[in-house]
Ligand binder design. Structure first.
Ligand code: SAH
Length: 204
C-alpha cells in the first residue's frame, strides 16, 4: 500500500528520490488514530487529536521537496502535529527542531516518535510565530499550518541560502518559498494553492 502511495505521488509530479524513499518507508498508519488506519495510505489529510490534521502525503512530499534537505541540515518545523512530517525530515538526514502549540499533541507525539525510532533534536511546546531563536540559524524552516502572514522572526532565523517553506493565506493558502540571499535579501517564489489548518496566534 505504501508503494502504491509512492506511485501516486510520482504521478502527481513528486521527483525527489530521497523524499519518495522516506514516504515509502515510514509507517503512516501508526501516526493516525485507529478509526482512520484503513485510510493511512490514501493521499488525503485526516483528523488527529485536538482538532488538527495529519497533512496529505502529497503536501508533505511537496513541502519536503522544496526544502532540499541535505544530511545534517538543521531544520525547524512549525506545527509538529502527529510527527509524520518530522519523521520524513529525520529520514532525509535532518537535525529537526519542531514546535507545537497544542499541549495534547506535543505530549502525545513526544512520546510516540522515539518509540518508533525517530529522534528529533528537540520537540518544543510553544508558539511557532517566534521561531526558535536560541538554536538559529537554520538551513531551512517549514511551516505546516496556514499562516495569515509571514512571521518576520522566521525569515531572520534562516542561514544565507536557507529556505523557508510556508503556506500563506486565510481560507486558501499559497505555498511560498523564500530563499535568503543576504542579510536583508530574500527571493520569493509562489507555488500553487493548498489548504491547511490555521497557524494560531498565541493569545496569552
Ligand atoms: N506537521 C504535522 C501537521 C499538523 S497540522 C503532521 O505531519 O502531522 C498543523 C499543526 O500546527 C497542528 O498540530 C497545530 O496545532 C500546529 N500549530 C498551529 N498553530 C501553531 C503555532 N502558532 N505554533 C506551533 N504550532 C502550531
Amino acid at each position: 500500500m505504501r508503494q502504491q502511495l509512492v506511485e501516486t505521488l510520482v504521478n502527481k509530479g513528486i521527483m525527489d528520490e530521497a523524499v519518495l524513499k522516506a514516504i515509502g518507508k515510514i509507517p503512516r498508519h501508526l501516526f493516525m488514530d485507529s478509526g482512520f488506519i484503513d485510510h493511512a495510505y490514501v493521499d488525503k489529510a485526516f483528523p488527529i487529536a485536538a482538532d488538527q490534521t495529519i497533512s496529505q502525503p502529497y503536501t508533505v512530499a511537496f513541502q519536503s521537496e522544496l526544502l532540499q534537505v541535505k544530511p545534517d541540515d538543521k531544520v525547524l518545523e512549525i506545527g509538529t502535529g502527529s510527527g509524520y512530517q518530522c519523521a520524513v525530515l529525520i529520514e532525509l538526514g535532518a537535525k529537526v527542531y519542531s514546535i507545537e502549540r497544542q499541549q495534547e499533541l506535543f505530549k502525545k507525539t513526544s512520546k510516540f516518535l522515539p518509540k518508533i525510532g525517530y529522534r528529533a533534536k528537540k520537540l518544543i511546546f510553544g508558539d511557532g510565530y517566534k521561531g526558535l531563536p536560541e538554536e538559529a540559524p537554520y538551513d531551512s524552516i517549514i511551516v505546516t499550518a496556514g499562516a495569515p502572514f509571514v512571521p518576520k522572526p522566521l525569515l531572520g532565523q534562516l542561514k544565507v541560502d536557507g529556505r523557508l517553506v510556508i503556506p500563506v493565506g486565510e481560507d486558501v493558502q499559497v505555498m511560498t518559498l523564500f530563499i535568503r540571499k543576504g542579510p536583508k535579501e530574500f527571493e520569493k517564489h509562489e507555488l500553487g494553492e493548498f489548504r491547511f489548518v490555521p497557524l494560531l496566534e498565541d493569545k496569552n
